[in-house]
Design a protein around this ligand. Sequence first.
Ligand code: ATP
Ligand code: MG
Ligand code: ZN
Length: 330
Amino acid sequence: MLSKKEIYKQAYAELSQRRLKRQLKKDMHLKHAVSVCPEIGELCSKLGKTSIKLSKSLLYNSDYQLKILNRISHENIKIQNEINELLIKNHLPRDFLFPKAECEKCDDYGFVNNEKCSCLIKLIKSIITEDLRKSSRFNLKSFDDFNLQFYSKEIDEPSQISPYEQMSKIFMICKEFANKFPYCSNGFVMCGLTGLGKTHLSLAIASEVISKGFTVIYSTSSEITRNMADRYFGHTTNSDVDYLNLIVESDLFILDDLGAEFDSSFNKSAIFDIFNSRTPLNRPTIINTNLYPEQLQARYGERVASRIFSTLDTFSFIGVDNRFRIGKKQ
Ligand SMILES: Nc1ncnc2c1ncn2[C@@H]1O[C@H](COP(=O)(O)OP(=O)(O)OP(=O)(O)O)[C@@H](O)[C@H]1O
Ligand SMILES: [Mg+2]
Ligand SMILES: [Zn+2]
């Protein structure tokens, strides 16, 4: 996992890249505009001269300064209008010579009035999300490579529905959840035997949600409980980045393999602290587990289980382990 210093370094490098890209675009556009209309070039160098005059005017006393400033700004507006007219005449957009910053609030510098701009905060979150994704061993999946033909059309006796029909329903709900995000349900518990596509579908949702610009934290319950124990017992190497806070604040949190973590009261309360801190914030959570509702209740207690099941919808995955179909046991 990245250190806080490294995260900021990457974020500033990205912002500087954005500014550089804009400058290059500006130069390229100017070159093009001058090639189709040389007069634009002359007007631009006139504009450049007025800014030199502007800085010189700061040397004069305030009355005189005001007069000069007024004159220069009139001059500037006049030149600007002439440039605009020439751009339109040559079928170029009005803002052609001044490409917009990706973030107009901070001009891609990352700060507004010495405060972090929302674009810098978003950038930091996405760097951390990406870092967690990389370190989580899993690659993002997509809905496109989820094959419903893997599920039998024969009725499954205990559930009285065919795996194909059940999984088609779950697939549609997951797609709709991702499409509507963040105006979606609170999330769900996906339960079922191994290899039925729980992780696959949750990572397909993650992929869509990330591409919409939201932050997603994906973690297995063993990883989280290990991380929290390290933090609690003081073994952490990353004390400068509050990952727990990031989990609580992430727009979507995916807790995979609930029930596979070491069974201890510390671990149980650690997981439910996270779940309970997210619930009031109305930020969706997806929980994957091999345990069925009654087993979850037996393991985590009725209070905790009822909290989960009253907040999240439950989907039962049915069918036969798909790992054998794709020819690799993971
Ligand atoms: N319907 C499907 N279409 C395509 N690939 C699938 C499908 N279901 C599962 N897979 C693939 O099979 C493998 C196992 O699936 P996945 O990890 O999603 O299962 P799981 O339900 O999370 O199992 P576990 O409970 O063991 O974690 C993955 O490589 C996944 O991409
Ligand atoms: Mg899984
Ligand atoms: Zn900004």
